[in-house]
Every structure is written in C-alpha cells, then in structure tokens.
Design a protein around this ligand. Structure first.
Ligand code: CO
Length: 134
C-alpha cells in the first residue's frame, strides 16, 4: 500500500537556527521559509537525494504543533509521510483493519497541495503517520 517516504517532519523551536544547521553544518539544500496559515505552520524544506525533511515551526496562536513544542522544547520528530496512489482506498483499507484516522477522516490539502490524512500514532508504533496521495 505505502510507497516512497515523502518526508520526515521535525518541529523546531527556531527556524533560522534549524535552517542554518541543515544548510551550513550538514551541507543540505534548504528552501526559504514558507508560511502556511491554513496549517498553522511555517515550513523550511530540506531537499535530500531520496526524500525531504520538513522543518516546522508554529504559526499563529492555535497551531497544531504548539503543544508539541511545549512538551519538546528542543524540538523533535513529529511525523513521517508515506506516499500512496489512492488515499481513499488506503484509508478504507486501514479503517477496515482497525486503524484510526485523525480529524474528520476526510483528506485535506497538505503542504504540497496534495490530499493528505493522518493516522493515530497509537496504531503505528507510537509514530504519527501522514499519508499523501501522489
Ligand atoms: Co507532513
């Protein structure tokens, strides 16, 4: 069902510091920050040969990652995103096997303009899983 690893998302307390770390210390290709008000985050994309890292920082007062940063003040890994061909078929198959889909259960438009869903971390080894239809 799942295909490629699309990205790993890391919440960071300071985007400039994190972007500098990935660009200058690790020598990666790093984008300019992009504000995504619909998602309550500002992102910096790190392009690697085989996948991406998304550095996330809260945007606005009720950001979904605000609490994460309170619990993990140094930042930390937030989710992994796997690609699927058909997000509704994947959702229905996973629900039939007892997995919980977060929020309404309907796909939303993700950070790359593609439909995404999130799966409950308790059902996937303690890891928040994003599915993205590509
Ligand atoms: Co993501």
């Amino acid at each position: 069902m799942i295909g490629r690893l699309n990205h790993v998302a890391i919440v960071v307390p300071d985007l400039d510091t994190a972007a500098t770390l990935y660009r200058d210390t690790l020598g990666a290709k790093v984008s300019a920050p992009a504000a995504l008000p619909d998602h309550g985050v500002t992102t910096v994309f790190v392009d690697l040969d085989n996948t991406r890292i998304e550095l996330l920082h809260p945007l606005g007062g009720d950001s979904p990652i605000g609490q994460f940063l309170e619990r993990h003040p140094d930042g930390g890994m937030h989710h992994v995103c796997y690609e699927v061909d058909d997000i509704l078929a994947a959702r229905d198959q996973l629900k039939a096997q007892g997995a919980r889909v977060l929020d309404s259960g309907e796909p939303r438009t993700g950070a790359h303009g593609k439909p995404v869903l999130f799966l409950h971390p308790k059902d996937f080894c303690g890891t928040l899983v994003e599915l993205e239809q590509v």
